[in-house]
Every structure is written in C-alpha cells, then in structure tokens.
Design a protein around this ligand. Structure first.
Ligand SMILES: Nc1ncnc2c1ncn2[C@@H]1O[C@H](COP(=O)(O)OP(=O)(O)OP(=O)(O)O)[C@@H](O)[C@H]1O
Length: 369
C-alpha cells in the first residue's frame, strides 16, 4: 500500500495542511492515515471534545483535498474522540465462569458479536454495514452469519454458489465488497438447517468459525442468532469474543430485550462495545422529512443507564431496506452518503472500543508509511 500512486498523491494533497499549533498535519502523532481501501481514502484526527470545534475547518479542508485526488472514488476525514475504556470493558478474570476453552483463531485479531435480544430489529443489516464501515477504515474484515435458522448474509451481500475447499481441508470464505464472508445459508438449504436443534447448531457454528480459512483479519464480525437463549450463550462462551454490539429499535419493548442481551454477555464477561439504535426515526422517501415515531433520546438514555456506550442511531429508510434486499449494502454502495457515514462513524466507535483493549488500528500502524 505504501507505494500506491493514489496514496502518494493523497499525501501530496495534504502536505500543505497544518494543525492549529503549526505542526504539519501528516507528521502529527494524533493523525492516522491516509488509508486507501476499496478506492476510498480516509484519515482520522484524534482529538478531545473541547478541541474538536477548532479542528472542524481543517477536517473539511483535508477532506476536500483528498476528494480531489485523481483515482480515489471518495474520501472521509474524521475527528475521533480519545476516550478512556468504558468501565465494563475490563474482564475480571476471577469472575469468569468455568466454560469450555474458547476457540481462538490464529489470524483473527478480534471477534465481535452483533446481537439483539429479539428478532427483526435489523441485526443482520447492521452487522453487514458495520463490517463494511470497518472495512472503509482500512481494516481487514470478515463476517460470519451464525444465524443458522434464518441466514440472511447471502441475500444481504448478494452471494451465490458454494464456498470452495482450500488447504488443510478448510473452507475458503467467499468474498464480497472487500469482506470475507461465510454463512450456513451457503452450505445447506434452509429446510435442512431448520430442523437442527441445540448441539447440531452449536457444532455447525463452531465449525464455521474454526474450519474456515479466514486468513488474516483485523475483525471478524459475527451476526448472532436473535435472542438470548442457550445457543447464544454457548457461542459467547465457546468463541473468544473481544466484545459485543447490541442492536435495538427504540421501542421500550425492544430495549427490554436489549437489556437481556447485555445481561447475557456480562454473565460470560464479554465486554459490551455499545448499543446501536436501529430504525431510530423514519425518513420520508417523498419529502425527506424526519419523524421520531418513538420519541428521541430513549435509547441513548438507556445506554447511559446501563453503563454501555451509545454508538449511534440509524434511521428507518426505504433506501436502506431496498439496498439490503437487493444484496447491494448501502455502506459499500455509498460510503460517503448519509447512511454510509453513519455506519462508518459507528464502526470507528467500535474500533475505538476494541482499541481500548489493546488493539492497534492498522491504519495507525501505517501512518507516515
Ligand atoms: N434502518 C432500516 N431501515 C429500513 N429497513 C431496515 C432497517 N434495518 C433493517 N431493515 C429491514 O428490516 C428487515 C429485517 O432486518 P434484518 O434481517 O437485518 O433483521 P434481523 O434482526 O437480523 O432479523 P432476524 O432476527 O429475523 O434475523 C429487512 O427487510 C431489512 O432490510
């Protein structure tokens, strides 16, 4: 990536920019990037809430400069908050319940579960777009559909055919929009999986995790089965999860379910990376007006009460539904659009949460490269 002509041009485009104190932007330790992923450039500037307003103009200027780089299909420059690790991000070893040894994947740095307390809240849609948001940050990302009974990844990513067998009799994940992807929906037909019960589901999921040649990944996103039953608990205990993201809709009832999800992960000492509020408000496809049907602020207040980070709100839009159902996820199609940015911002928060546990963002490693 170091010698990519687009990256070289990007650095040239940023060469004249400086931080308010006068330090050249590209030399500043708080700057990560530029990174080129999927034809798009991104750069992040770590700052504090107090200093952020003073960097807004620079952020916009840097973004404009990167957008003008020939060959780049888009550019995002973000101000990233430096946060202390949320209190629940520590795993007290003493309270870890006895469980089967968790599976660790050699080349995978973090496994992140995307879960919901109940079905239909948009968990799979969120998992796919979160994975693509992480990808847009320059990370190597895989996605595993652990929803054996209702696999939606093949539809959401427009995947067809069967995965091939690679070396050592390991399955090769399929590739879509820069993601390595695996789903039981690619392996067996829906009727077959439908009759599987507890132990078969568990063994199918653990096989999909460990018998797949995931290669080197920064993050493997696991789209969990909906609910908080034994299967979910077993996956959480049997897989070395770095953290969990909970998806909820704003209705009170769904938040009760989200609470259940949080409780379940806490039971097995999996850190909660945060709560994503899906279908937070409705955007009218005709006039673009916003309608907060379930009020505003409820999920954010609930997240605060529960002591988990509030990662952001995704609106209910026709555009998102249509893109998902057509297998052309919105964050891949329009990374710089309103929805693409929402997911990329959420992804950045998630990565920051993982970072607080000792991960180093790949783009930070590449800074100044
Ligand atoms: N923010 C959104 N705006 C519009 N439609 C959405 C949004 N989020 C999800 N949907 C739509 O809602 C439906 C359910 O979403 P999805 O399959 O992601 O939910 P899920 O929680 O994974 O469901 P299940 O638990 O049944 O697997 C899909 O048709 C999806 O396109």
């Amino acid at each position: 990536m170091r010698d990519d002509p687009i990256l070289t041009a990007a650095r040239q485009a940023l060469a004249g920019l400086a931080l308010p104190g006068g330090a050249p932007l590209l030399d500043a330790p708080e700057v990560s990037g530029p990174v080129l992923a999927g034809g798009r450039l991104s750069l992040s500037i770590t700052t504090t809430a107090d200093a952020a307003p003073g960097l807004a103009a620079l952020r916009a200027e840097a973004e404009t400069a990167l957008r003008g780089v020939p060959g780049a299909s888009g550019a995002v420059v973000t101000l990233t908050g430096e946060k202390p690790a949320p209190p629940n991000l520590s795993r007290p070893a003493a309270s870890k319940p006895a469980a089967a040894p968790a599976r660790t994947l050699a080349g995978v740095r973090h496994v992140v579960a995307v879960a919901s307390g109940k079905g239909g809240v948009g968990k799979s849609t969120t998992a796919v777009n979160l994975a693509l948001g992480l990808r847009a940050l320059g990370l190597r990302v895989g996605i595993l559909d652990a929803d054996i009974h209702g696999p939606s990844l093949p539809t959401l990513l427009g995947l067809h055919g069967r995965p091939r067998m690679g070396k050592d009799r390991k399955l090769l994940p399929m590739q879509s929009n820069g993601l390595a992807a695996m789903s039981m929906g690619l392996m067996v037909d829906a009727e077959t999986a439908m009759v599987w019960r507890g132990p078969m589901v568990m063994s199918a999921i653990t096989q999909m995790i460990s018998d797949v040649d995931w290669g080197t990944l920064d993050v493997l996103v696991v789209d969990m089965p909906p609910g908080t039953g034994d299967a979910q608990l077993a996956i959480s205990q049997g897989t070395n999860l770095s953290g969990a993201v909970i998806v909820s809709t704003p209705q009170d009832l769904a938040l009760i379910d989200a609470r259940r999800g949080i409780t379940m992960f806490r039971k097995v000492d999996v850190p909660i990376l945060g709560l994503i509020e899906n279908m937070a408000h409705f955007i009218c496809p005709d006039c673009g007006s916003e309608h907060a049907i379930f009020g505003t602020g409820g999920a954010a207040a609930e997240a605060k009460r529960l002591g988990v980070p509030y990662l952001g709100a995704v609106p209910l839009t026709m555009e998102l539904r249509a893109a998902s159902d057509a297998g052309r996820p919105i964050t891949a199609r329009e990374p710089d659009g309103t929805l693409g940015r929402i997911y990329t911002d959420i992804a950045r928060e998630v990565w920051t949460g993982l970072d607080a546990q000792g991960a180093t963002p790949r783009h930070a490693n590449m800074q100044g490269a």
